[in-house]
Design a protein around this ligand. Structure first.
Ligand SMILES: *Cc1c(COP(=O)(O)O)cnc(C)c1O
Length: 822
């Protein structure tokens, strides 16, 4: 596998000390822990460097077809641990550092998370990069190098406070600026029409101003295969011209100010998940990413090709949601205005190149941009979008004569109110593939959200159920469990997760169950220590760790969970002898700063927690902990310690979920609705090994359309009524009794996400959980069977399907030649 001898422990120590002394200019007396981390990072980076060069050179020499994954978010987390795992040098480094009196775990904790994403969508992009490199696919991730990533969440008085994530203030050993890869990005100005020498109508974009996109490259190592792919993130820089023009006008301070304004484009990640903010700066960011990436792709293509009709044979572009969809009119613009192709030729190239992944059906998350804003910012692109739409509607009209309602529904331009560009429609019309991210979600796209388009192009629609990388989400985050699994069934699961099914017979082996649960208990103890340090809450590792960690959103129904917690509290108070297994209910997740209901839910969770945690009457049987700043590195501590995974979104709202997969992979049992990938998890682990409850998607849709009356449940379910009355009357906010009333009023008067309708079924399912947890052997069996059933949910499987069905690309193994000679 590796053509170059692996370095010995002595070599590693030498390299570490070399970097400490020569790169950081520190010795063991002056070095801080951060210096030690950096020395290690630089030494590990050296192992990546020649593999990275070899990989890029081999793609070039083979002229391989490349895939470009464009995403506004990459939620990478820490790099060091992943690099150690994928290079296959974790144990050697562990030994090398131990001999120097250092702990590799502690040094990894120094690294700041790369949090350039909100949640599931950004983490999916990160898992996909790992899988593409591990499967030796010639792939690139393209995104934005935000100066400020996802905000750091602090909990103050039970509420969320946002602190800027200035992740670049620390030395970042994992990025390389590529000053030579610089593309001009144009904004504003106007379009002039003219007739060229051949008598064709042409357009030229004039009076624009330019911002430069500067490339920063990050290595993406594959798992033990010598492949190192590239994630390229763009940073905004004022152009030289800009500097000269402005500074020559004599207004020095004003010039610096406008220079800073143009560089603001890559300043900050928008922290709203599943919610469109509609800010102009966000649209600028989207075009900045789209344009820089398309220019880069064409530049790389041009090194070996001059016939643009070959582009779809050399390039596949995957759009991670609609955020980068302006890449479509941008490619059209370049092909037509700059390369002088006909519309028809340009369109054929474009549609064969692009593919679109939809991530949500929530109306408030579907991107729509006001036509006047697009017109001012990107006048040429708006004309191109209009022309795409004109031709498209013509086609629809000829297929469905007289159906004007259909034309309005399908138009890329929504003119029901203020005219808006529907980005999803643009993506669908210009892509040869449109996919959802779970079986259920992809069906909803065909049957409901995009049904009109499905009728026109059924062959374009397909499903790619999401996955997660087992390298980070089992091998790295849960090393003891990973080792136990490898000892039992070998380590092929690291690249073929279906191997986990060989664990099934071991679920019947009592000794194996004991070892399995011993590791779970150890992981729980570690999380308990962490929680004690952060939250000052003492929790028992023998209690059931019941976890709901994900973005805070009404559709995810953290509120339903907390209603159940309050009901449980009431039961324990009323029946002190009640035989329930002790529970620790753990929450984690950020709310968008502008999402007041989500912030109030965080405050409610903490307020309920402080009442329960301080009530000696229930103290031993129930605790609630909200872990601040849910992020990749915190998630890596939570999943291995979880007994129960809460996946309780209203059926039909969660496109897939990937947190559900990480929990089950680490042996947690799921309590969940028939939503997103939960359905497929149920199919894989078996109905007997999962707690499914609540309305199905058709039932939820039916209930809403037949006139849902949440108050019926309030009056019919005395426990529910008590809980809602307690919350709205101020039992958890004595200083401000009306604080949580808006949450309850919303439930009683609208309850769009049907919490009250599902409450009773949820309580019953939780009772089933309690009963099972009291039979430790049975719980252990099911825990093992959950891990054993997770083979399908490797992102390797997902990426294999994208590569085969959508991208048409093949593995390109890399030969590592070692130290390069001139
Ligand atoms: C996996 C993951 C998510 C997605 O969680 P869901 O439960 O699928 O919404 C969000 N944030 C982080 C940090 C994750 O690791």
């Amino acid at each position: 596998m590796d053509q170059v001898a692996q370095p010995s422990v002595k070599d590693l120590q030498k390299s570490f000390i070399y970097h400490l002394q020569h790169t950081l200019v520190k010795d063991k007396y002056s070095a801080t822990k951060a210096d030690m981390y950096l020395a290690l990072a630089y030494a590990v980076r050296d192992l990546l460097a020649t593999r990275w060069l070899d990989t890029q050179q081999s793609y070039y020499l083979k002229d391989a077809k490349r895939v470009y994954y464009i995403s506004m978010e990459f939620l990478m987390g820490r790099t060091l641990g992943n690099a150690l795992i994928n290079l296959g040098v974790m144990e050697e480094w562990d030994m090398a550092l131990k001999e120097l009196g250092l702990s590799i775990e502690e040094l990894q904790e120094v690294e700041w998370d790369a949090g350039l994403g909100n949640g599931g969508l950004g983490r999916l992009a990160a898992c996909f990069l790992d899988s593409m490199a591990s499967m030796q696919l010639p792939a690139y991730g393209y995104g934005i190098r935000y100066e400020y990533g996802m905000f750091y969440q602090k909990i103050v008085d039970g509420g969320q406070h946002e602190v800027p994530d200035n992740w670049l203030r620390y030395q970042n050993p994992w990025e390389f600026d590529r000053q030579e890869h610089l593309h001009p990005i144009r904004f504003e100005g106007r379009v002039v029409e003219f007739t060229d020498r051949d008598g064709s109508k042409r357009f030229s974009w004039v009076d624009y101003y330019e911002v430069m996109a500067l490339a920063y490259d990050f290595p993406v190592p594959g798992y033990k295969n010598n492949t190192v792919n590239t994630m390229r993130l763009w940073s905004a820089k004022a152009s030289r011209d800009f500097d000269l023009n402005f500074f020559n006008q004599g207004n020095y301070i004003g010039s610096v100010e406008s220079k800073m304004k143009t560089e603001n484009i890559s300043k900050v990640l928008y922290p709203a998940d599943h919610m469109l903010e509609g800010k102009e700066l966000r649209l600028r960011q989207e075009y900045f990413l789209a344009s820089a990436t398309v220019q880069d792709i064409l530049y790389r293509f041009a090194k070996k090709h001059d016939n643009l009709t070959e582009l779809p044979d050399q390039v596949a572009i995957q759009l991670n949601d609609t955020h980068p969809v302006l890449a479509i009119p941008e490619l059209m613009r370049i092909l037509i205005d700059e390369r002088k192709l006909t519309w028809e030729a340009a369109w054929e190239i474009t549609t064969k190149t692009f593919a679109y992944t939809n991530h949500t059906i929530l109306q408030e998350a579907l991107e729509k941009w006001p036509v006047p804003m697009v017109s001012r910012l990107l006048p040429r692109h708006l004309l191109i979008i209009f022309e795409i739409n004109r031709r498209f509607l013509e086609e629809v009209a000829s297929r469905f004569p007289g159906d004007t309602a259909r034309l309005q529904r399908m138009s890329i331009i929504d003119d029901s109110g203020e005219k808006q560009v529907r980005m999803a429609h643009l993506a669908i019309v210009a892509s040869h593939s449109i996919n959802g991210v779970s079986a259920l979600h992809s069906e909803i796209l065909k049957d409901d959200l995009f049904h009109d388009f499905y009728e026109v192009w059924p062959e374009r629609f397909n499903n790619k159920t999401n996955g997660i990388t087992q390298r980070r989400w089992l091998k790295h985050c849960n090393p003891y469990l990973a080792d136990l699994i490898s000892e039992a069934i070998g380590d092929k699961w690291t690249t073929d997760l279906d191997e986990l099914q060989n664990l099934r017979p071991l679920a019947e082996d009592s000794e194996f169950r004991r070892r399995w649960m011993d590791i779970k208990r150890m992981n729980k103890q570690r999380l308990a220590d962490h929680i004690y340090q952060r939250n000052c809450i003492q929790i028992s590792p023998d209690s059931l760790f019941d976890c709901q960690t994900k973005r805070i959103h009404e559709y995810k129904r953290q509120l339903l969970n907390i209603l159940q917690v309050v009901a449980r509290y009431n039961r324990l108070k009323e029946y002190p002898g009640l035989e329930l297994p002790p529970r620790t209910v753990i929450f984690g997740g950020k709310a968008a700063p502008s999402y007041s209901a989500a912030k109030l839910i965080i405050k409610l969770i903490n307020s309920v927690g402080s009442v329960i945690n301080n009530d000696p009457a229930v103290n031993q049987q129930l605790k609630v902990a909200f872990l601040a700043n849910y992020s990749v590195s915190l998630a890596e501590k939570i999943f291995p310690a979880a007994d129960l995974s809460e996946q309780i979104s209203t059926a039909g709202t969660e496109a897939s979920g990937t947190g559900n997969m990480k929990y089950a992979l680490n042996g947690a049992l799921t309590i969940g609705t028939l939503d997103g990938a939960n359905i497929e998890i149920m199919e894989e682990v078996g109905k007997d090994n999962i707690f499914i409850f609540g309305l199905t998607t058709p039932q939820a849709v039916g209930l809403r359309s037949s006139g849902y009356r949440p108050q019926d449940y309030y009056y019919q379910l005395p426990e529910l009524k008590t809980v809602l009355d307690q919350i709205s009357s101020g039992m958890f906010s004595p200083g401000n009794p009306g604080l949580f009333r808006p949450l309850v009023d919303n439930l009683l008067n609208s309850d769009y996400y049907l919490l009250l309708a599902d409450f009773d079924a949820y309580m019953d399912a939780q009772a089933d959980v309690d009963r099972l947890y009291m039979i430790p052997d049975e719980w252990a069996r099911k825990s093992i069977l959950n891990t054993a059933g997770m083979g399908k949910f490797s992102s390797d499987r997902t990426i294999g399907e994208y590569a085969r069905d959508i991208w048409g690309i093949k593995p390109q193994p890399v030969e590592h030649k070692g130290i390069h000679h001139w």
